[in-house]
Design a protein around this ligand. Sequence first.
Ligand code: SF4
Length: 275
Amino acid sequence: MSQVGVLEAGSRHDLHVGISPDAPDESALQEADGAFGYCHSYETSSRYDGPGLRVVLFVSGCLLRCTYCHNPDTWHLKDGTYVSAQTVLDRLGSFAPALRALGGGLTISGGEPLVQAAFTRRILAGAKDMRLHTAIETSGFLGDRADDRYLSVLDLVLLDIKSSNPDTYRKVTGRDLAPTLKFAERLAAIGKPVWVRFTLVPGWTDDPDNVEGIARFVAPMKNVQWVEVQPFHQMGEFKWKAMNLEYKCANTPASTPDLTERVIGQFRAAGCNAR
Ligand code: SF4
C-alpha cells in the first residue's frame, strides 16, 4: 500500500521519480473505486490543452513507450504521488470560479488517464459537478476502458494519433495502432468532440504518406473540431538522461517552420481544421 502524499502545483517539465516505490506496475493495476490514485503534478494556467483556461492534471501510468516522450517520469505509477481524488477536487474547487469565468475547465493528461480509469472518472465527475468543462488527453490505446459512464462526464477528447501506419506506430510507441483507430471511430459514431493531436517528429512521423493516412482517416469525422500539429522539441531529453533510459531521439532535430507548415497544409488539403 502506498503512502498518501502531497500533490504540489508544478510543471509537466519537472522531474518526479521514485515517490511511491510500493505502487503496483501500471500494467497490473487493479483499481477499486478510484478514491485514490497516482499523479505526477498539475498546472493551473494552461491555454493549450482544451478551450479557455485549463487546470491540467498529469496522472501517472502509461503503457506506451514513445521514443520521443517528453515525460518518461509519468510512465510508472511508482514515480507518482499517491493522493485522494477528493484532495484533487478540493484543489480544483479553489480555481473553479476563475475557470468558469474564462470558459475553461479541467484537462487530465499524463501519462495516460485511462490507466487509472476509475480514479480519473471520479475526478472528471467531480469537475462536472462544479460545472467545469472536462477533457482528457489520451493515446486511445486503452479506449475500451472509457465506457459510456466515463464518456458521460467528458466533454472533449484530445486524441493523440501518432501514426497511420501500424509499423510506424509500433516503432514509435511499442504498441498496436488498431485500438486507437477503433476508439476514434467510436467517438465519431457518438459525436463526442475530439481534437486530434499529431506529434511531428522529423525522421520518425513526418513521412508525407504517414501524415496523409491520418488526414484521410480524420477528415470525414464531423466530431473532430481540430487537428493540432505539435512540433517535436528536446525539452524532455534531460529526463531520459536522469532516468538512465536510452534516448533514441538525441539527434532528432526540432521540426522546422517549413516542415510544420507542410504538414498543417496536408491536413487542411484533406479537409481538416488544422493548426
Ligand atoms: S503516450 Fe504520451 S506519456 Fe505515454 S509514452 Fe507516449 S508520449 Fe509518453
